[in-house]
Design a protein around this ligand. Sequence first.
Ligand code: SF4
Ligand code: SF4
Length: 60
Amino acid sequence: MVEVKVDEEKCDGCGSCVDVCPVEVLEIVEEKSKVKNPDECLACRACEVQCPNTSIEIIE
Ligand code: SF4
Ligand code: SF4
């Protein structure tokens, strides 16, 4: 089970995490990244690496 955590305080809604995720786990809602499909996460950490504000944490 993988947990995808987004720190909304740090997220500026740039959308990079949404673009980089291969399985559409994330979406932008009201200029914040939201986790919509947590069960699909592959723990590839692409979103975590890509985020310019270190707002995402993948916990395995
Ligand atoms: S770790 Fe990979 S699969 Fe999971 S949300 Fe991030 S980019 Fe998507
Ligand atoms: S890449 Fe980071 S700052 Fe940009 S929308 Fe995703 S979580 Fe927010």
